[in-house]
Design a binder for this molecule. Structure first.
Ligand SMILES: Nc1nc2c(c(=O)[nH]1)N[C@H]1C(S)=C(S)[C@@H](COP(=O)(O)O)O[C@H]1N2
Ligand SMILES: [Mo]
Length: 419
């Protein structure tokens, strides 16, 4: 199978056309021989849609609730259709959603953001900012992924869900625009030597509060963001203000952000003391495991899809690490027996999704497709066997194991686990 990779690689750089005559039809296609209505009539006028929408032919590309999860009115999650996306940026309307008490379309004129200290000496001048105040400050824009710590959570025990949308779809990536939190702490005269942690508090009724270590704040990485992909945040993603904590699990990216408190110890808030903890094999609860470790997944072909024919295919997927940039991605088509290095597309950014591709000539026999990412720290994404040896089987959060997709002789792709 390794040699079929090499053959496909050679075909790509050499005579791509001869590699797979079945790829395209050469003569007699009526769809090109007959003039279509769009070539012979007037089109729609401009601004028919003042805010443009996707083509009606793309309606199947949608956020969905997982059939494997309890669905409640407000405390729930919708998954991003990773199988239908290209490149690394998630269209804002398809960004996954996770709300602990539903979402709100908060009036930006009424939204306030406050900075204070746990003790008066931590912040000299506590302040309350309006959105206008924040938008007068110099903005920065950065591309980062956000992944819920529970992403891939249902796979801990066994194979629970059929498609990549449900296995990995609590993952999205945007360009965020906002003000570094550090700038605001300095503006309020925070004691950046005494500060060890900050508490971020959301404005929704879920009382979402999370402890953020001061390190990434001082480094200028943590943003008080109002922009997402060139426009204001979407209501579902925290409009008009959210915290961006690159590399850290989604729950710390507090939405409808209303307050930052500067302190010198972790806050043991409900969403870090009893939720978002890892149950280890020895029965202990591990707290404050925030960073999303190096992970990857093949998005095409993936569960629920069907290969129409044997011959040439491009395997494509996403890799990411909460500790920095992706260094390399390897792909296997034989369940991990042999690996070949994938092509990693630029840009390769820190704490951002990275797109990879690999050529594959399918011989029509059953195959198991896997990807394995390595980040700039040298961390290699684990197998399920390795993950379970360290973490047991009873966890919910931080599953970054290698995902396997089985291709059957019929071309149907399904979710399987390979240890
Ligand atoms: N205020 C508030 N912030 C919140 C939440 C919430 O329910 N309320 N959910 C958190 C969780 S668990 C995740 S995974 C991310 C999801 O962000 P998204 O809905 O923009 O995808 O927001 C986090 N921030
Ligand atoms: Mo989450």
């Amino acid at each position: 199978l390794r040699s079929s990779f090499l053959a496909a690689g050679a075909a790509l750089t050499g005579t791509a056309a001869s590699a797979s005559p079945a790829l395209a039809q050469s003569v007699g296609d009526d769809a090109i021989l007959t003039p279509q209505p769009w070539a012979t009539t007037l089109g729609q006028p401009v601004a028919t849609n003042p805010y443009g929408q996707p083509s009606k032919y793309e309606r199947a590309l949608a956020r969905r609730q997982s059939p494997g999860l309890t669905q409640t009115a407000a405390a729930s999650v919708s998954f991003c259709p990773l199988q239908g996306l290209f490149g690394i940026i998630t269209p804002s309307g398809l960004h996954f959603e996770r709300h602990h008490q539903g979402w709100y379309d908060v009036d930006p004129a009424k939204h306030r953001f406050m900075v204070n200290g746990a003790r008066p000496e931590f912040v000299k001048t506590p302040k309350v900012y309006t959105l206008d105040d924040l938008m007068r400050l110099a903005p920065v824009s950065r591309m980062h992924f956000i992944e819920c710590g529970a992403n891939t959570g249902m796979e801990w025990g066994n194979v629970a869900v059929p498609t990549v949308q449900y296995t990995h779809g609590m993952l999205s990536c945007s360009e965020f625009t906002g003000v570094p939190l550090r700038t605001l702490l300095e503006d309020c005269g925070a004691d950046l030597k005494a500060a060890k942690f900050v508490l971020a508090e959301g404005g929704d009724g879920s009382a979402m509060t999370r402890t953020i270590p001061i390190g990434p704040v001082l480094a200028g990485e943590v943003l008080v963001a109002y922009g997402q992909n060139g426009e204001m945040l979407r209501p579902e993603n925290g409009y008009p203000l959210r915290l961006v904590v690159p590399g850290v699990q989604g729950v710390s990216w507090v939405k409808w952000l209303r307050r930052i408190e500067v302190g010198d110890r972790p806050y043991a808030a409900k969403d870090e003391a009893i939720h978002y903890i890892d149950l280890m094999p020895d029965g202990q609860h591990r707290q404050y495991t925030s960073i999303q470790e190096c992970k990857s997944v093949i998005t095409t072909p993936s569960g629920g899809q069907t290969l129409l024919d044997k011959g040439y295919h491009t395997i494509s997927g996403l890799a990411w690490s909460g500790r920095g940039a992706i260094r390399r991605v390897d792909v296997s088509v034989d369940g991990g027996l042999t690996w070949a290095e994938a092509t990693v597309q630029t840009p390769i950014l820190s704490k951002c999704l990275t797109r990879f591709t690999a050529p594959w000539v399918w011989d029509g026999k059953p195959a198991i497709l896997q990807s394995r990412a390595t980040d700039e720290t040298g961390f290699v994404q684990p197998t399920y066997g390795q993950l379970r040896a360290a973490r047991g089987t009873r966890s919910i959060y931080h599953n970054n194991a290698i995902q396997s997709w089985k291709v059957a002789e019929s071309g149907e792709v399904s979710n399987v686990q390979v240890l």
